[in-house]
Design a binder for this molecule. Structure first.
Ligand code: CDP
Length: 229
């Protein structure tokens, strides 16, 4: 594994929804003293902004324009309510709105648009250029930071992922059925994996970790072994 001294180490973590990417990335970043950056919030923000402005998610032209104009700022968490960070969109704290069912249901359509991806990928590369980053998403190892020193593709069965996401949502006090979460996750998996641009897939040189039957501690331990080479 090579590591350029100028760039510092770049770690890319990709995988489907609720595979445990965000928690793993946050722990790794803390241990290494790196920045943690979750690119999903950018696609979620573009989706939310469209919904708030009353633009149908199918209106590619207007959604794309909005993606380029959008101000998205990710900051350390200001509240102890389970959030990993604050997301400020056009000056407003939208951290939890980004996790709403409406955003979940529409984000895959929005994130398949070429110009939306272009707007977000440019911003993500800028963050990557600073080095010492753990970046999380669907296409980080394959498209955004193909030069990353370590690429992890974290997966788990769709039923296990739906079970985890359902528990998260119940813990947040939401009234939601497991079947509903499973269906929405299947739909998102389908669109994310089959789109033409930057589809969800492991980069050629990614290490695949299947976390279906692993505890979080086991996943973290495996990832730390990989970081240490
Ligand atoms: O947290 P969860 O895994 O459910 O989703 P997320 O990582 O916040 O990503 C939400 C959606 O954004 C995904 O389903 C993809 O459609 C899109 N996305 C993407 O296309 N590329 C990325 N690098 C990150 C997210």
């Amino acid at each position: 594994m090579s590591s350029s001294p100028e760039r510092g180490r770049l770690i890319a973590i990709d995988g489907p929804a609720a595979s445990g990417k965000s928690t793993l990335a946050q722990h790794l970043a803390n241990k290494l003293g790196f920045l943690y950056f979750d690119t999903g919030v950018m696609y979620r923000a573009a989706t939310l902004a469209g919904l708030q402005a009353g633009i149908p998610p199918s209106d590619e032209k207007r959604i794309s324009e909005l993606a380029f104009e959008l101000s998205i700022d990710v900051r350390p968490p200001s509240k102890p309510d389970g959030r990993q960070y604050d997301v400020i969109m056009n000056g407003e704290d939208v951290t939890w709105e980004l996790r709403s069912e409406a955003v979940d249901a529409n984000v895959s359509e929005v994130s398949a648009y070429a110009r939306v991806r272009q707007a977000m990928t440019e911003r993500q590369r800028e963050i990557g250029r600073r080095g010492r980053v753990v970046m999380v998403g669907r296409d980080i190892g394959s498209v955004v930071l193909p030069e990353a020193d370590l690429k992890i593709f974290l997966e788990a069965s769709v039923k296990e992922r739906a079970r985890r996401r359902h528990e998260e949502r119940l813990a947040r006090g939401e009234d939601v059925e497991y079947e509903e979460v499973l269906e929405s996750m299947r739909a998102r998996d389908r669109i994310d994996s089959s789109r033409d641009l930057a589809p969800l897939q492991a980069a050629e040189n990614a290490v695949i970790i299947d976390s279906t039957h692993m505890s979080f501690e086991e996943v973290l331990e495996r990832a730390l072994e990989l970081v240490q080479g």
